[in-house]
Design a protein around this ligand. Structure first.
Ligand code: GRF
Length: 206
């Protein structure tokens, strides 16, 4: 009996772990939860949120993924969140609609392992306060003919880390910010799981 259970243990592949941070609806988190639900090499290990009302927490629970809530004080004035994240042994941390600046303790513990998705073509339309419809309103008002997404590494400044991928979509002259947001969100949903998978499985990407 003992031998039998040992053999079963040996057959279990060690999966790479994704930890997600999300502050809101979590539709990008949902795409990751779906995409990796039955993946042989990668799993979503946990979802962290700063917002008790974030629907992202419910989405994680639906997929039986641990959902953890934390306060501003715990995030910035203690190592509590760091220790909780470490317990999930993350290979990649994905900010999917996460609105707070990541503190140094996390950046230093996971250098180059934290990425963010931004709903515009950085370096334009980034920085503090540039999230959600604020971004798309600014793009529509600018008259730019295209927008898109930027997936980038995270450093100590908002939206300033090294780019990993940019993808484009048109901005139509009559677009409302909501219409543009929907077009950009489709791009996010398509590319985020692909990029995460590539980073985790292709050699030397992390
Ligand atoms: C997305 O547009 C993402 O790029 C940005 O915040 C939004 C989050 O949407 N960082 P959701 O919560 O994933 O639906």
């Amino acid at each position: 009996m003992q031998l039998h259970s040992k053999l079963i243990l040996l057959e279990q592949p060690v999966k790479k772990n994704i930890v997600i941070f999300a502050s809101g609806s979590g539709s990008n988190a949902q795409r990751l939860l779906e995409h990796f639900e039955h993946h042989p090499q990668i799993r979503v290990a946990a979802l962290f949120s700063n917002n008790p009302k974030a629907y992202a927490l419910k989405r994680a629970e639906t997929y039986h993924v641990p959902a953890l809530l934390f306060s501003r004080d715990e995030f910035y004035n203690s190592d509590k969140v760091l220790e909780q994240v470490k317990a999930f042994n993350p290979d990649l941390i994905v900010l999917a609609g996460f609105l707070w600046l990541v503190p140094l303790n996390l950046l230093q513990t996971f250098p180059d392992k934290i990425i963010n998705i931004h709903p515009a073509l950085l370096p334009k339309y980034g920085g503090k306060g540039m999230h959600g419809l604020h971004v798309h309103t600014a793009v529509v008002q600018s008259g730019d003919e295209r927008s898109g997404i930027t997936i980038h590494r995270v450093n100590e400044e908002y939206d300033k880390g090294e780019f990993i991928l940019q993808e484009y979509c048109p901005v139509h002259p009559q677009d409302t910010p909501e219409e543009l947001a929907a077009r950009v969100l489709q791009l996010e949903h398509k590319h985020l799981p692909e990029v995460v998978e590539q980073l985790l499985l292709e050699k030397d990407k992390l």
